[in-house]
Design a protein around this ligand. Structure first.
Ligand SMILES: [Zn+2]
Length: 74
């Protein structure tokens, strides 16, 4: 990407945000688990990813008690 361009790739565009269980895509690399307060207090799994195509950062929150958990761009 060149200077300040915030466009995301077509693969990232297809990711359904805030939908638990929605798939990511093959170009996402896991940066490992995130030890967030929310994850610990709710016994949820929180993991950070980055897209190798467009460099977009993603968070995946797997929280059984929150149906709107899932992918979030960051
Ligand atoms: Zn992407």
């Amino acid at each position: 990407m060149k200077g300040g361009d915030v466009a995301i790739c077509s693969e990232c565009e297809t990711i359904a945000q805030h939908t638990r269980g929605a798939p990511g895509h093959a170009g996402l690399i896991s940066l490992g688990p995130v030890r967030s307060l929310r994850a610990v207090s709710r016994k949820a799994t929180h993991e950070a990813f980055v897209c190798v195509v467009c460099d977009t950062g993603w968070d995946y929150l797997d929280d059984k008690r929150d149906p709107s958990a899932g992918w979030t761009r960051c």
